[in-house]
Design a protein around this ligand. Sequence first.
Ligand code: PEP
Ligand code: MN
Length: 338
Amino acid sequence: MIIVLKPQATKRDADAILERIAAVGLRPLFLPGQERVVLGALGDERALEQLHLDSDPMVESVKPILAPYKLVGREIHPHDSIVPLGATQVGGGRFTVIAGPCAVESREQMMATAKAVAGSGARALRGGAYKPRTSPYSFQGLGAEGLAILREAADATGLPAVTEVLDVPDVATVEASVDGLQVGARNMHNYPLLRALGARRTPVLLKRGMAARVEDLLLAAEYILAEGNPNVILCERGITTFETATRNTLDLASVPWIKSRSHLPVLVDPSHGTGLRELVPPMAKAALACGADGLLVEVHCDPPRARSDGRQSLFPEQFDAMMRELRPIADAVGVEMT
Ligand code: PEP
Ligand code: MN
């Protein structure tokens, strides 16, 4: 429920109502706005009826939150969220590009790629140390060694680093090395992992599952926010359809759909979204034009030798050209490319 207080209501009035909300077993939320104080009550809304808040002299209106995703939706939080990622910020009118290899393969590979993408204007580094591969026989990542290399590359370039965490027991170790934790498409429905990340403060880059509806993605994000971590960045990375020309079907319509309903920033991953490097720049431009807050892009210093996802990885020169081509589009749509 959303409880809008009258303009004359004081902080003390708000606190008294919040206490009554907590006393009936609901989760109270204090949401101060520009003009009005708004309170929230999360949980079984029938419990609120006994408080008769609509007849409280300090309450202007009581209305239900219609969307199933309460904290992620704009009903309770109308303005865009800005998520900090190290010294970078994601969302709020900037277009943030996170780039790097699919997997950290060696110190030389990570350093060369990191320097190239930093020089072309990437604002954060990516690189997988623990890789969720479709086949158990494929390269699974360098693990702890990969994390250390990624950190070194991030420090050398001054960029924040993002990497995937696969499992709850790894969260603390992975978190100690990076600035943002990625939840991959295969783990979007891993509710224990989402809850564990929700109990922390490290920003989470949550990717859409390959067979997940956008509403499922928002509800997955709700798990993280409901545990107390507001720092969630969503990522559209394509879904499985009957189409086989591309690796996945990049659902760009999800971007404006989500952005009209949720305050969380939304990135687009045109690499996994298409599987083909020649389609990455055009889809990146389309992502910027349709309102995405940034990109997650795979770039490799030597794509033909990449141990994973070489076919969709950009050569550094292609990434550089793409970044230059994105700038006039950012100007046209009124977005800052930081
Ligand atoms: C990745 O970003 O490296 C990755 C594995 O992506 P996804 O989870 O979207 O398949
Ligand atoms: Mn990949």
